[in-house]
Each structure stands twice: as C-alpha cells, then as structure tokens.
Design a binder for this molecule. Sequence first.
Ligand SMILES: Cc1cc2nc3c(=O)[nH]c(=O)nc-3n(C[C@H](O)[C@H](O)[C@H](O)COP(=O)(O)O)c2cc1C
Length: 203
Amino acid sequence: MEFLEAMQHRFACKSYDTKKAISASDLTKILEYGRLTPTSFGLELWSFHAVTSKPKKQKLYHACFGQEAVATSSATIVVLGCTADFANPDKPLVQARGLRFPDPLDVFIADYRPYYEFLKQEGRLDCWLRSQGYLAIANMMTGAASMGIQSCAIEGFDEGMVLSVLGADPTLWQVSLIATFGYPSEAERPKIRESLEDLVVYH
Ligand SMILES: Cc1cc2nc3c(=O)[nH]c(=O)nc-3n(C[C@H](O)[C@H](O)[C@H](O)COP(=O)(O)O)c2cc1C
C-alpha cells in the first residue's frame, strides 16, 4: 500500500475482531517499524512491551480505564521511556548505548552531558523522554495500516497500574504511549481534518 493511502485509511479503531489474530511475523514487522524509528542522540532510551496474552490484556484494559480497544486487540504495545534519572549520562543504560557508537564513550558522553543538563534545568527531561515514544508508535500505526491492520493510540491510562502489569520498575521506566492493534470489527470512520490551507503557514 502507498504511504499516503495507508495514512488515509488508518483510523482510531475502538473494537477489533477477537477471532482474527495478527500473525507473529506481522507483529514482528510492526515492532520493527518502532525499532527503526530515530531517537534523540540515537540513544533508544525506551523499551517496547508487546502484550498478546489474554490475562495481561485484561489487566491492561483495567489500567486503561476499561477501553474496549485494549480488551479486544490482538496485540497491545506499550512503549516505555526511561525516567529522567535513568537517562543520566553516568547511568548504565546511557553508557551501554554510548559504547555502540563509533566515537569513544567519553567523547559521546561529553557531547550528551550538556544537553541532558540543559533539559534538566529547563524541566523538559520527562517530556523529552516520553515524546520520543510517540514517534515509534506513529510509525508502528502507519506501518500496520499499510498491512491492513488497524490501531488506536491510547493515552488514557493509569501509569502506575500499567507499569505494575508489565513488571516494569517505576524508578527506571515511565509510560510513553500505548497502542492497540488488530483487525477491526467496526467500519472505517471518515477523517475529520482541517485543510492544508488552514493549517500551514508558508514562509
Ligand atoms: C496521543 C493520542 C492519544 C490518544 N488516546 C486515545 C485514547 O486513550 N482512547 C481513544 O479511544 N482514542 C485515543 N486516541 C485516538 C484519537 O482520538 C483519534 O486518533 C483522533 O480522534 C483522530 O481520529 P483518527 O485516528 O480516526 O483519524 C488518541 C490519539 C492520539 C494521537
């Protein structure tokens, strides 16, 4: 499917066909779209939790205030971003990621540290870490649409409950965004969007 066509036909699906599961290879593809998404400094300070087990989905459903899309999804993917403290240049995750780059680790850290301190001073660290997950989910959602799989972003959740369901340590991880995936059991909804003329300012 063309990229534009996938964008046009993706819609926020609230109810899925519980008898039609996403194949394991398609789920891997969707996760791959997330993995290939760029991150600030290339640090990938995130992890993806793909939930397909019924009992866990049921728990997530409650953690998402009873949203049907979660309960009926074939897979619900939770993107976690690390906490501001865990993103500290002296912490093991950043050091491990930094070691993969062509430059020596101390060169990378010397580049990263001032930016980390700047964001900390501005009170933007948490937002910086959470917002990157939105890009991964966006790519997963459009990628899924190109394969005929629908999705819905889910921002309505109790963070503590979600982390507890996933067994994720809240001192290390925060929830960035959740998305449900599956084959719809409802009709595609038409797009409601402003026109480009009303949205875009050309300079
Ligand atoms: C960041 C974000 C969070 C969202 N959270 C929810 C949610 O918790 N529950 C829900 O039913 N829809 C949620 N949505 C879906 C939006 O309501 C939907 O995408 C929007 O109305 C546009 O409709 P469309 O996706 O069908 O084009 C969310 C969408 C985004 C982008």
